[in-house]
Design a protein around this ligand. Structure first.
Ligand SMILES: [Zn+2]
Ligand SMILES: [Zn+2]
Length: 156
């Protein structure tokens, strides 16, 4: 069952979100090209500024496989990581956001972090600390929305 906030995360974001998404894709491609990068380096101090931990193995293993249809191939549907067009009847892995990737492209990525490099839609992780943080963040957002709603109700 997807919560409001998970769905919200999958929506196309505002420009700064867009920037972060592009940065993620950039990282995913770097990984695909075999260049090793230290994702958790730099001065990231909390989960707000760190890439989430790897996706839980169980979640990755249960990602559905999708067979590329003729129509998708005709449209020139590409794997967002390697930018190669899919061929008809090729097998791709489908993320919960319905974005499709070559398994060779997305699996190394999910071994580093849990979110879709295209839209940051998240898979569950095995990291308790992070899962706690996620719940906490959802609660804080909920409070924030509530406050904005009250504010709107009072001043309009
Ligand atoms: Zn690919
Ligand atoms: Zn996605």
């Amino acid at each position: 069952m997807a919560s409001y906030f998970e769905e919200h995360d999958c929506e196309p974001g505002v420009p700064e979100e867009q920037y972060r998404q592009n940065a993620l894709l950039e990282l995913a491609r770097t990984l695909f090209n075999g260049m090793d990068i230290e994702l958790a380096s730099a001065d990231f101090t909390d989960w707000d500024h760190r890439l989430p931990p790897p996706a839980a193995k169980r979640a990755v293993q249960s990602l559905p496989k999708a067979i590329i249809t003729g129509a998708q191939a005709d449209k020139g549907l590409k794997c967002p990581v390697c930018l190669l067009e899919f061929e008809e009847e090729q097998t791709a892995l489908e993320m919960p956001c319905q974005h499709l990737f070559h398994s060779d492209c997305i699996l190394p990525w999910l071994g580093k972090t849990n979110s879709c490099p295209l839209c940051r839609c998240e898979l569950p992780t095995d990291n308790e600390e992070y899962e706690e943080y996620k719940k906490d963040k959802a609660r804080r957002q909920q409070q924030q929305h509530r406050l904005e709603y009250l504010h709107g109700a009072m001043y309009t």
